[in-house]
Design a protein around this ligand. Sequence first.
Ligand SMILES: [Mn+2]
Length: 248
Amino acid sequence: MKKYAIISDIHGNRGALEAVLADIRTHAVRKIINLGDALYGPLDPAGTAERLMDLNIMSVWGNEDRIIYSAPANEPSPTLQYVRCRLNREQVEWLSRLPGTAIIDSVLFACHASPRSDTEYFFWHIHPEGPVLRDGREMEKMIEEVSSRVVLCGHDHVPRSLFLNDGILVVDPGSVGLQAFQDEAPYRHIMQNHSPHARYTILTEDKGTWHAEHQKVAYDWEAASVLAGENGRADWAFWLRTGKVKAD
Ligand SMILES: [Mn+2]
């Protein structure tokens, strides 16, 4: 039996990462795989980078890792400035050297969002009215260049896994660090898990059969929420504390 822990979208939430790593230790996994967007956000990018670099796990970069080292210096986002001010040169270099995709143990294909893009949700098509689940054929087309049995993707922060018709298992572990958000592209939409718990996935292979178990871990989300508020992000503060974009 082979076991892996799949983590993604930590977004600088060191407290959530520590809780997830402690939970992973109870599962005796052979590898931890990180699907990116590890550092961006109004929390603890440097502490998160230090921890991930020490762990020496397999990581790919996400779209919001990419902007940390590639957006112009005059980029106006205050949160991006916050992240850049806190990371040292070694941490930014580590981030910029990560691959965009990876194949692990010849059988797992890891990417941030989809095999062909770091900003396209694998499971969801964004319409002007909101997110709609893609159909199986569309998803099969998105991975036609991939020959691995298991495809790992994150970015949408919503845990989900399914077998496509050709037997390929696609696994999205959700987000370690942020359970709700609003985005403006390509249309304004929200993603939310309705609880603040950190998410990750234990992936198991037993005699050729793959199985994904989505995990939900408690951590000190109040502390994360307070930190986000102190760093000028009242929106993140609410998202972190509730796992929702707006009060019901
Ligand atoms: Mn992302």
